[in-house]
Design a protein around this ligand. Structure first.
Ligand SMILES: [Zn+2]
Length: 299
């Protein structure tokens, strides 16, 4: 997204032709004034909103921004690094543990008391194992885990820890030479709206059931009231939605009866939609729908 924005700026600027002149500072008073009138606050790097919290796009976050904030503050190293980012870096470093941060100092920033390296969130120690476990879900192997991790998170030795996790896992070793068609990982964010939708039922509420449907890209939420959660009712409501928004590439659901029936299987197949059913071993596959149901219930 940020890249797209930079590209837009580049296009805008490329429509002009430039002549560059040298002007003494004294005569170049407009930019000179700006450089001499710093704002009265500590130097906090402003990162465009769309660049940071890429984690927001994740269907389910294993750790929250609040937790990262609290852990970062408590961690002696990360606390110090945050200070350096905000107030300036010293020429020396106190210990070797700070080395990976010093070598990235021009690319580190602070957002909402969380440290970022580029657009990746620096995960403090207490969160690393949780993230590793989440990445390991589905036993996708070293390279897929690294790719997913690099889109969102970083900490020193992260790559080595991913490798360790996979080597210590029997299932990953067995799957190593399996065909590359890996199951969906909840961290994958589809690049187009309405390409992957998650569905689930909420209720009963006032004697009705509610088909909750959420688009993984935009988080657009659609809720339909039905008398009972049957395959026929589900299909009817999905038809209505598809008539408005078009056919999605895939539907994610749990193994509930309305989604597991032959009738439903025939429906998705006829429409060329891939049906991903969350397995009991991978409950968070459909975390997005479950969260949407929560949001709906709260509403
Ligand atoms: Zn594994």
């Amino acid at each position: 997204m940020a890249a797209a924005r930079i590209q837009r700026w580049a296009w805008t600027l490329s429509t002009y032709e430039y002549k560059i002149f040298y002007k003494k500072g004294k005569k170049n008073s407009n930019p000179d004034a700006l450089s001499r009138l710093p704002l009265n606050r500590v130097g906090k790097t402003e990162v465009p909103a769309e660049m940071i919290m890429l984690m927001d796009h994740m269907d389910s976050t294993p750790v929250t921004a609040q937790q990262i904030k609290a852990w970062t503050r408590k961690d002696p190293i990360l606390g110090q690094i945050t200070n350096y980012v905000l107030k300036g870096w010293p020429n020396y470093r106190d210990n070797d543990e700070m080395k990976p941060y010093f070598s990235r100092k021009t690319e580190l920033s602070v957002f909402d008391s969380c440290l970022l390296w580029g657009n990746r969130v620096v995960i403090p120690n207490p969160g690393r194992d949780i993230i590793l476990q989440e990445l390991h879900e589905g036993h996708q192997g070293i390279s897929r885990m690294k790719v997913l991790a690099r889109g969102y998170v970083w900490w020193p030795n992260m790559d080595a820890e991913i490798e360790q996790t996979v080597r210590a896992c029997h299932k990953c070793q067995v799957n190593r030479h399996a065909p590359p068609e890996a199951p969906m990982h909840p961290w994958e964010w589809p690049s187009n709206p309405w390409s992957r939708i998650h569905i689930d039922y909420a209720g009963p509420l006032y004697g009705k059931m509610f088909l909750v449907c959420v688009d993984a890209h935009s988080k657009y939420l659609d809720v339909h009231v039905v008398n009972s959660a049957t395959s026929a009712n589900t299909i009817e409501k999905l038809r209505t939605m598809f008539a408005i928004h078009g056919l999605p590439e895939s539907i994610v659901s749990d193994n509930g009866t309305p989604f597991a029936s032959q009738e439903f299987q025939d429906f998705v197949q006829r429409n060329g939609i891939k049906h991903i059913r969350s397995s009991p071993y991978q409950p968070s596959t459909n975390g997005l729908a479950e969260r949407a149901v929560q949001t709906f219930k709260e509403g």
